[in-house]
Design a protein around this ligand. Structure first.
Ligand code: SF4
Length: 227
């Protein structure tokens, strides 16, 4: 993921104001670099796989923004990449929380132990977790970063947390090419009772076709694939 001296150095993108990242709320959005998956449909592959090619957003600018604008926002969205892969994520969330704003964290759900730690420490209020499709399609949907069994095991841990904390989770599925209505129904059937699967339209990434499937060398170079 590259050398960084501070967890703030993982902040490689920032949106001052968003109406859509946290449904029903206005939020600013922190984009953190790095991801443990290699989805061929990734909308943000540079941030996810080559974060050192994306400039750091200066910590001081972020702090000044939060200090001056917190009162105009309903919350902070922390997304990626995959936030759960960031070393020191808890410290960053702790610092953000000092500005007295609710925090929503996005996750692909493949590091449930990190989600559990953040939940237990009260460092995020809501987790938006992706269910990418049927477990059997996870290898193809994630660039073979994760097996069917691993996807099932990890997401079932997330679902168990959601049962215990129903107000702290919601689930979403992006209708990437190849996902059928039957796939959506199957993914929906995994969710704990009472949860809705929010569907998102796929926005094609702006990149060349030949980049769409990262080669093995790219995966090894980033070296962060789920085992
Ligand atoms: S989980 Fe997949 S789509 Fe999301 S940032 Fe990682 S590689 Fe991209």
């Amino acid at each position: 993921m590259g050398t960084t001296s501070s967890v703030w150095d993982y902040v490689r993108g920032f949106e001052h104001f968003s109406l859509c990242d946290w449904p029903g709320r206005t939020s600013c959005v922190f984009f953190l670099g790095g991801c443990n998956l290699r989805c061929p449909t990734c909308h943000n592959y540079k941030l996810a796989w080559h974060m050192n090619e994306v400039p750091v957003v200066p910590e001081n600018d972020l702090r000044i923004f939060l200090r001056d604008r917190a009162k105009w926002l309903d919350g902070v969205t922390v997304t990626g990449g995959e936030p759960s892969c960031v070393p020191g994520l808890g410290e960053l969330l702790y610092e953000i929380r000092k500005f007295d704003l609710p925090v929503k964290m996005d996750s692909n759900g493949m590091r449930p132990e990190v989600v559990r730690d953040i939940l237990d420490a009260g460092l995020a209020d809501v987790f938006a977790v992706d269910v990418k499709g049927p477990y059997s399609k996870y290898p193809e949907l994630t660039g073979h970063a994760v097996s069917e069994v691993t996807a099932r095991t990890r997401l079932e841990e997330i679902f168990a947390m959601a049962r215990q904390h129903p107000d702290s989770f919601y689930f979403r599925l992006t209708k990437v090419p190849g996902i059928t209505d039957a796939d959506i129904e199957e993914a929906r059937s995994y969710l704990p009772e009472g949860f809705e699967l929010k569907l998102q339209d796929f926005v094609p990434p702006r990149r060349r076709t030949e980049d769409a499937q990262p080669d093995n060398e790219t995966r090894r170079a980033v070296g962060n694939v789920v085992d």
